[in-house]
Design a protein around this ligand. Sequence first.
Ligand code: SF4
Length: 254
Amino acid sequence: MPATYTSPAADKALADHSILDHFYGHLPPQPRRTPMWELISTILSHRTTHADEELAYDRMLEAFGDWPGVLAAPTAELAHAIRTTRWPDTQAPRIQEVLRRIQATTGGDFTLDFLAEWPLEQAMAWLTDMPGIGLKTASLLLLFNYHKPVLPVDTHVHRVAQRVGFLGPKVSVEKAHGVLLALLPADAELLFNFHKHNYWHGQQICFFLRPNCPRCPLKGFCGYYLEHYGPATAEALAATPERWDAAAWGKLPH
Ligand code: SF4
C-alpha cells in the first residue's frame, strides 16, 4: 500500500516502518497460537514468566481435559492447576467467567471465530469488556488471528516510538494504541509488521537501559540519538548494519 504522509509524526512512523521492514524482513501476518489459546494464555501471563505461563496452561488442560472441563472444574482446583502464575486465585475465576461469556455468545461452542464477522468496534468492545483483557491483548488477537487493522502496543513498541519521536513523551501505553494507529494506514499487514518489528527493536536493540544505537538503522532520524550524540555522521550511518544478522546476534523470538 502506498504511504500516506499526513503529518511529521506520521512521516516518521512510516519511515520507521519502512526501515525496520527492510532491517528485520517483511513477514506475512500469522497468528502466534489459536485464538482461544491466545486469549486464555494472556490471562495467565500477567506478571508471570513465559515458561510459567506455558506450564500453567498445559497443567490446566491436562487436569481438566478441555474448555468444558475447565469451566466445570471447582474454581479452587483450577487455581491449584495454574499455581505457577502470579495470581492463580484471581485468574481462575476470570478464566471461568471468560469461558462463560464465550459460551453465552456462541450458544455453546468455545470458539472466538465469530469475531471475524463482527465489525471491529463491536469485537474490540466485547473483548475489552472481559475481566483481565486489555487493549493490547484484544488488539493482538484481532490483528494476529483475524487480520483486523488494529495495533497492539507494548512497552517495547511504546519506548521505540517515543525515542524516535513520533509519539509524545507523556502518552501512556494505553493511549498510544489510538495515537499510533491514527498515524498509520489501516492495513493489517503493515500494522502486523510495524508491531513485530518495533517489538523486536525494543527487545533486541533499543533497550530500556543503554540502547545499542551503533547497531540501529533508525539513528538518522531518532530524537533520542540526536539529543545524546548529535546528528548521525556519515561514518556512523555507513557503519550501521543493513539487516539483522541472526548468525552473529541470535535468532529473533517468535
Ligand atoms: S538510535 Fe538508539 S535510541 Fe534511537 S531508536 Fe535506535 S537504538 Fe533506540
